[in-house]
Ligand binder design. Sequence first.
Ligand SMILES: Cc1cc2nc3c(=O)[nH]c(=O)nc-3n(C[C@H](O)[C@H](O)[C@H](O)COP(=O)(O)OP(=O)(O)OC[C@H]3O[C@@H](n4cnc5c(N)ncnc54)[C@H](O)[C@@H]3O)c2cc1C
Length: 464
Amino acid sequence: MVLGSGPGGQKAAIAAAKLGKRVAVIEKRHMLGGVCINTGTIPSKTLREAVLYLTGLNQRELYGASYRVKDEITVTDLGMRTQHVIGREIQVIRSQLARNHVTVLQGTGRFLDAHTIGITAEEEREEKKITAEKIVIATGTSPARPSSVEFDDRTVIDSDAILHLDRVPETLVVVGAGVIGIEYASMFAALGTKVTVVERRERMLEFCDLEIVEALKYHLRDLAVTFRFGESVAAVERRPRGALTLLESGKKIPADCVMYSAGRQGKTSELFLEAAGLAADDRGRIAVDENYATEVPHIYAVGDVIGFPALAATSMEQGRLAAQHACGEPAGDLHELPPIGIYTIPEISFVGKSEDELTREKVPFEVGISRYRELARGQIIGDSYGMLKLLVSSEDRRLLGVHVFGTGATELVHIGQTVMGCGGTIDYLVNAVFNYPTLAESYKVAALDAMNKMRTVARLTAEM
Ligand SMILES: Cc1cc2nc3c(=O)[nH]c(=O)nc-3n(C[C@H](O)[C@H](O)[C@H](O)COP(=O)(O)OP(=O)(O)OC[C@H]3O[C@@H](n4cnc5c(N)ncnc54)[C@H](O)[C@@H]3O)c2cc1C
């Protein structure tokens, strides 16, 4: 029995079904596919694609600063594409579950005891009871809402409500410069909204390469984004036409809309975990071991409900691995080289170590850089700012980290991930022939750059 049909739940259900088990997934009405399909990953990434297409932003280098596919972009223009993709994705999931004979039970599930789940559907008064030998909890998260802030889903909103705005705001305050906050800030900035980002910390995206975060900030400022780092929100006051965000420093920021992106809370409050002998922490997260088993060995938990890294990509793998373990099938480990993709405009992706981490760990490394503007493909597509950076071990030329900024970053990173996963060195990249003209070629250029720098160091060292 799987609770929740997001990426973690789906893959757990299908993996168990493939191993010949009878499987059911419990999911709330209108939520098949989870947060991923309905309110999170897929709508936000489709919205981004619609923004890029309709604003013509990526074409302005070639056709001039005033180039646009559509002058007045409305929420209907944006919503059309999002709804189309969500609809198709739900069909794909429904069909995958059906052809693997997974039963989908509609309703909200809760534990009655460690093997029994009660299911309440909106239209039925009676609670259904279902028992299962093994249970996977994949109930995900919902946006955290600070109790001091009055949300109205129109003016003061979270990342779920931003998909249902009735117009593109002229001004927007984004509270919280985490991944979700910055992704939406960049999309609205591209649409022409004047965005102010308020972040309590002095930096944003601390886990990313500093040089790349600086490049992103430069681009966002160029799109009229204002950053207020090291500032906290004291209060948000709703007004007839918009809201006033009051900062603890005394600043007042007027805006049509305020979006809070202040982390997420595990969806465990409805589960009655205590009936199964389980508990969640204060952020609604469930603790698991290396096999995703909870304290109650036949109950597993996967995906966002177990916390970091809380990505669709990792949730899917956790679901598959948990189901295999639950069904007694030998399961591998989640690979230790998870890539990170941040779909800002421009996008960021990386795998492996950052310069800061290597420096802290006293690992000697060399940097190889390739800039898209020096690649024929970069010129053809009009991306003059993109870059790829390789961090290479000065001792044995192994690839230690790959950081990409610009067009196709989230795709390109996987070439580096593959080389790193196979323990490869940059010799492979130096000697390989890449299609021309491609952005993938940046690997060869960056590898040559690192190799040349290492050669210079070796020569000077030998002269001493
Ligand atoms: C705006 C946004 C953008 C994102 N972008 C990305 C991205 O680009 N890349 C990426 O990898 N990840 C991204 N994520 C994260 C990604 O969406 C999550 O990591 C992923 O959806 C988590 O999957 P999950 O299986 O844990 O469950 P979820 O997708 O959270 O789904 C959980 C499901 O469980 C159901 N449920 C909850 N309680 C019950 C109950 N009691 N009974 C029955 N059903 C229940 C819910 O209705 C829900 O459908 C993004 C998230 C957000 C919010």
